[in-house]
Design a protein around this ligand. Structure first.
Ligand code: PMP
Ligand code: GLN
Length: 455
């Protein structure tokens, strides 16, 4: 039977060769039809793929991609060990597609507190593979051919390709810097939306706005007034809000993170996105979530069930335990949500001190674990190339990685193609690092500065 099948396949191939002039089993049988779909055109390059590789090859000190180099908290590591050793063996199997029940339940309890409304864990919460997948599901669920999505620049870079993959178009509106008062360092709060400019971006084609507060890369924490302005436009134009709040607990100097879904008229039109990677300093776990009205989440679930379907059970179990602890300690000084920003604020201040000492001007972030800084002082080492396709900050960052062993991310990463040259002298540093790592960065910068002044 098998031999018969084999011989008829050979017969078929020989026939195809004689009629089509090529052999299906030959290595030269190249496919001639285009394989790249239109929605992927122009989005094949990814800065993280490129810079993570460069950093791994050249950097001694990596302040580039955003991840802590200190351990995830003991209670989270213990929770994972417990899940493995004491948990039921069923934790190694599939769980509920839209989120492991203990995790969606505790997320609902936490978000009931912070949003001030009752939530149904089964319909108002969905677990995703990191915030990335949550974003992807939202864009796929809500954006259609011809739809426009308002994106505030600078923005976390994946929004634009994700809008494109859904068939939509991003419409950019900038945060514009205001000069700080004499002698003061610039703050991320000095980067503001122009209300008239923002309003001009909304039209009948606008389907959604993406909000990212606290903002990656600037660290801006949007004020109540700014959020009310955005909310007013969303209500006026009946627009959705995809609110990326992955840095929700990382705010400094007593600032308050306000959730746009808690503003009047916004719950019904907002999907709030979070990440256990940022919340519990465990970016490799890739556990994220969406919180919102069932009316919206039902479509997010449709994308999820037809793509990823399910996230790692054991990681969800451990994250659920982590949140359970935080629920018990909510608002108390021992809470990780209180401890982590305290520690990070010290790290932020250390990095500010390091940069200021060598003449690099930081923009003081109110939140996140990123800091954008002006490297003009060091520009003379990396001459400009007129008419280069590559933005200057990109060339500078690569040069710094290769020649000084210090990795950072160019600010142009967070701008659309048309605006990539707007801030050529700014790069982003991540300060979620051990003190020793930040001090090693200090050593590199001090040495570099000394070489510059002696040459
Ligand atoms: N949104 C923003 C603003 C981010 O900086 C990141 C990077 N972590 C993500 C979403 C993706 O988060 P996750 O690692 O949970 O997928
Ligand atoms: N959110 C992180 C950053 O901005 C990681 C991004 C990524 O790996 N794609 O650095």
């Amino acid at each position: 039977m098998l031999r018969r099948a084999g011989s008829s396949l050979r017969h078929f191939l020989v026939e195809r060769k004689s009629s089509a002039g090529y052999s299906l089993c030959s290595r030269e049988a190249k496919m001639s039809r285009p394989v790249q779909a239109r929605r992927l055109e122009g989005i094949d390059k990814n800065v993280w793929v490129e810079f993570v590789k460069l950093a791994a090859t050249y950097s001694k000190v990596n302040l580039g991609q955003g991840f802590p180099d200190f351990p995830a908290p003991d209670f989270l590591q213990e929770a994972l060990k417990r899940a493995l050793s004491e948990g039921t063996h069923m934790l190694h199997q599939y769980t509920r597609a839209f989120g492991h029940p203990p995790l969606v339940k505790v997320l609902a309890q936490i978000f009931e507190k912070v949003l001030g409304r009752e939530l149904d864990p089964m319909t108002n919460v969905m677990v995703t593979v990191g915030a990335y997948q949550a974003l992807f599901c939202c864009f796929q669920a809500f954006v259609d051919e011809g739809d426009e999505v308002v994106v505030i620049e600078p923005f976390f870079d994946c929004y634009e390709p994700m809008v494109k993959m859904a068939g939509g178009t991003s419409v950019f509106v900038p945060l514009r810097p205001k000069a700080p008062k004499d002698g003061k360092l610039m703050s991320s709060a000095d980067w503001q939306l122009d209300p008239a400019e923002l309003a001009s971006k909304f039209s009948e084609r606008t389907k959604a706005i993406v909000l990212n507060s606290p903002n990656n890369p600037l660290g801006k924490v949007f004020s109540r007034g700014e959020l009310e302005l955005i909310a007013e436009l969303c209500v006026k134009h009946d627009v959705l809000c995809i609110s990326d709040e992955v840095y929700e607990w990382l705010v400094y100097d007593g600032k308050e993170h306000i959730r746009i879904a808690s503003l009047p008229g916004m719950w019904d039109r907002t999907v709030t996105i979070g990440s256990a990677g940022k919340t519990f300093s465990a970016t490799g776990w890739k556990v994220g979530w969406t919180v919102g009205p069932d009316r919206l989440l039902q479509h997010v679930r449709t994308v999820h069930q037809n793509s990823v379907y399910h996230c790692a059970t054991i990681a969800q179990e451990a994250v659920a335990q982590g949140f359970q602890r935080e629920l018990t300690l909510y608002g108390k000084p021992e809470s990780y949500f209180v401890q982590l920003p305290k520690t990070l604020q010290q790290k932020r201040d250390l990095l500010i001190q390091i940069l200021v000492a060598v003449g690099i001007k930081p923009i003081v972030p109110e939140g996140t674990y990123f800091l954008v800084a002006d490297i003009s002082e060091f520009k003379s080492d990396v001459p400009e190339v007129p008419n280069s396709d590559e933005p200057y900050d990109c060339r500078f960052t690569k040069w710094m990685m290769k020649n000084k062993g210090l990795a950072a991310i160019p600010l142009s990463t967070f701008y659309s193609e048309a605006h990539k040259n707007n801030y050529p002298n700014f790069i982003r540093f991540c300060f979620a690092k051990e003190e020793a790592t930040l001090k090693a960065a200090n050593d590199i910068l001090q040495k570099w500065k000394k070489e510059k002044t002696s040459s």
